[in-house]
Design a protein around this ligand. Structure first.
Ligand SMILES: NC(=O)c1ccc[n+]([C@@H]2O[C@H](COP(=O)([O-])OP(=O)(O)OC[C@H]3O[C@@H](n4cnc5c(N)ncnc54)[C@H](O)[C@@H]3O)[C@@H](O)[C@H]2O)c1
Length: 448
């Protein structure tokens, strides 16, 4: 089976960059990325400097492939009908209502996609789960295809995405592994091979791992859980360091030099953020409980509890530094994105820390080089528990430069690992370094 046309449903942080790279590396395949969000698609079709997603190297990839074999469109049905292979890269947030609220993944977008594909497809399709999904979701998708389909054959594969925001393009160019799960039937294996052939255009064969569908679905959740667990492990030890006089950086180095452990993801910080770690672990916890594995569920839940504890501890340290009350104090919040080199602020620790400081009386000066003021205000409106907008509008300023944010402030918090924050001089100010950026600097440094 040689694929000539691909459709990807969902033009977000995963769908956009992954399809841009497939199009770049496979000039013979036409790739159409569709989304219901008209504004997002217009931005993908607009000036390269204003793509809806900021990722180093992305604009260059889009510049080369867009209009050649990479297209962005809102015509979802047309793209489904024409494609032989369809990626589903829609969002799978934590459920907010109904059974499993606050824990389970909300599959309504994936289910809507499957329904749409089933109703529109007039020829056989390979349908790929690109979104991160609970193990055995393919079973549910198959039920939808069986119920709603028009007699064509659908082959479902799992191909979870392991890119990290901020390094997405490099991760896609040189993936540690590409994981493809398929059925062991003849048609399943044919579909797996068709997808392997696409990635083999630039990924070495030994890095393309094929498994059954359930292993592939679960491997993504498990990988994220293990990455987050390392962060929570080192963060939990940072609390013990502060009580005992041990130094967390020295500890990280000593632990990480063991080749069985390795140095990555062992840096103490204010905690992890991003749209994935928390939601995927909650999803894993929910699944374990569903299967009656309460001890396993509790083990993984602790990773999130330590992350919340670390954010809370950090904010409380700042409040304590000023004697327990921030009334009349101005605090600069440097960094709103959940990590450097992205404009994504989903689940960013900055949202939580800023809320806690604000509620302790602080005036806030917020600066981030990539997150737009519109998104910052939306985050505040959507995630802070504040009754009226007027309650916060008068006491929060979004600054255009680092110095605007810091000049008048009594304290500075560093909440995102942006390179430019490492170079600033803070004269006589309390600096609360939530990302461990300022090692060995002679400043008023209150680390974590
Ligand atoms: N962001 C990451 O770093 C990352 C990494 C690996 C995996 N993932 C997973 O990939 C999936 C997508 O994540 P994301 O960050 O790209 O999400 P996103 O919210 O940025 O993008 C999802 C897009 O899907 C669109 N959409 C939803 N339902 C649709 C429908 N029925 N038809 C057409 N468009 C529809 C939305 O409008 C949105 O633009 C999630 O499951 C996530 O867990 C994300």
């Amino acid at each position: 089976m040689k694929i000539k046309k691909i459709c990807c449903i969902g033009a977000g942080y995963v769908g956009g960059p992954t399809m841009a790279v497939i199009a770049l590396k496979c000039p013979d395949i036409n790739v159409t990325v569709v989304d219901l969000n008209k504004e997002r698609i217009a931005a993908w079709n607009g000036p390269l400097a204003n793509l809806p997603i900021y990722e180093p190297g992305l604009a260059e990839v889009v510049a080369e492939a867009r209009g050649r074999n990479l297209f962005f469109s809102t015509e979802v049905d047309k793209a489904i009908e024409e494609a032989e292979m369809i990626f589903m890269a829609v969002n799978t947030p934590t459920k907010t209502k109904g059974e499993g609220a606050g824990m389970a993944a909300d599959l309504r977008y994936v289910e809507a996609c499957a329904k749409n594909i089933a109703q529109v497809a007039k020829t056989d399709k390979v349908v790929i789960e690109k979104s991160t999904l609970p193990v055995r979701t393919a079973e549910k998708i198959k039920e939808i295809f069986d119920r709603e389909g028009k007699g064509v054959h659908f082959e479902i594969l799992s191909n979870p995405e392991f890119l990290a925001e901020g390094t997405a393009i490099q991760d896609l160019f040189k993936s540690d592994r590409v994981l493809i799960g398929g059925d062991e039937t003849e048609s399943g294996q044919k579909a797996v091979q068709a997808l392997v052939d696409i990635y083999a255009n630039w990924i070495p064969k030994e890095k393309i791992l094929t498994t059954n569908v359930w292993s592939s679905e679960l491997a993504k959740l498990a990988s994220n859980a293990m990455l987050a667990q390392r962060i929570s492990s080192i963060n939990s030890l940072s609390a013990l360091c502060e009580k005992t006089g041990a130094n967390i950086d020295e500890l990280s180095k000593a632990i990480g030099m063991d080749h069985r452990i390795g140095p990555k993801f062992l840096k103490a910080s204010v905690g992890f953020g991003g749209s994935c770690f928390q939601k995927d672990i909650l999803n894993l916890v929910y699944l374990c409980r569903h299967y009656g594995l309460d001890e396993v569920a509790e083990y993984w839940h602790q990773v999130i509890k330590i992350n919340d504890y670390q954010k809370e501890r950090f904010a409380q340290k700042i409040i304590d530094h000023f004697g327990g009350d921030l009334t009349g104090k101005t605090i600069a919040i440097l960094g709103w994105a959940f990590k450097a080199n992205t404009n994504d602020s989903r689940e960013s620790p900055a949202i939580y820390i800023a809320e806690k400081l604000f509620k302790a009386g602080a005036i806030l000066e917020i600066f981030d080089p990539m997150v737009s003021p519109k998104i910052i205000w939306n985050d505040i409106k959507n995630y802070w528990k504040v009754e009226k907008e007027t309650d916060f509008k008068a006491k929060i300023y979004i600054s255009e430069t680092i110095s605007d944010a810091t000049n008048k402030s009594d304290g500075v918090t560093l909440l995102t690992e942006w390179e430019e924050f490492k170079k600033i001089a803070f004269l006589e100010k309390a600096v609360f370094d939530g990302r461990n950026l300022l090692k060995n600097r002679e400043i008023n440094y209150v680390g974590i």
